[in-house]
Design a protein around this ligand. Sequence first.
Ligand code: NCD
Ligand code: ZN
Length: 343
Amino acid sequence: MTTISIRRPDDWHLHLRDGAALKAVLPDTAARFARAIVMPNLRPPVTTTALALAYRQRILQAIPAGMQFEPLMTLYLTDNTSADEIVRAKESGMIHGVKLYPAGATTNSDSGVSNLGHCVKALEVMEKVGLPLLVHAEVTDAHVDVFDREKVFIDKIMRPLLQKFQGLKVVFEHITTKDAADFVIAAEDHIAATITAHHLLMNRNAMFTGGIRPHHYCLPVLKREEHRQALVNAAISANPKFFLGTDSAPHARSAKESSCGCAGMYTAHAAIELYAEAFDAANALDKLEGFASIYGANFYGLPVNETNITLQKTAWTVPESIPYDGDVLVPLRAGQSIAWKLA
Ligand code: NCD
Ligand code: ZN
């Protein structure tokens, strides 16, 4: 197969940043996706409905003329998020999820949750009004090996959480392990997961090929090959619990190529093309549309998109860098080729 058409996809996990950075990255996403769940880990974080609605306006203003894109906003959960704030978020009609960052787990997570026990009131209302909890599922304990943090989170946090809030809709974000895939498969239908293109395409060797590769460092960190294979199997299984979330997370080159480099890969420039490569490699291009364009919308209770995109199997070379707020970004596959191209 050399050409496929699918319903226009949506990105159910995206970092758009703000200001000049937002303007630099948004066109890449808007060229491919109709909508995206926009992560709230700005500085300061998007902790209230008022902040989320103001951020939404800034995103709308940054959409280039002639392009269509709908940002789906999220709130950043803290120890102090009130039940009233959740009600306001739901009533706004613009906020589609509440993001749980364990404090210190990743970029701009310092204001995250120190103990979920502080969030009971907020979680009760979310369960009641049907506002999903989007989970960065890694423990932060310094003594837990970085490659085990997702697996440990499942038993220590996720299982007790789902036991306590049995009706809460949960998205296990950017799963990276067989443990997480198996957990989601076995869970109730209102538990879903996003999977990134980079975790489908690379294992942890990619961080060390010929030397240390800061642009292949993200959180949760790349895992062993057996985990990558489990993620591919989940993504191509046509199980509606698994859907597309790029976790495209731009950082300036100077912040990545550093003695203490930031976590995050930029994939928005070629996101659906990279997923097409991963599905093609698994002989499962016929499963791409469900994963990219249908299951996520169904989970979030939104209509599927009515227009299409076309992808062609034509190799193209990714630019070495992309201008970014006075610096540059190094996109995934910089200077190398991608097998699929957006028509
Ligand atoms: C994200 C970022 O840079 O905001 N980084 C990443 O490695 N994925 C944060 C996150 O989603 O963990
Ligand atoms: Zn993310």
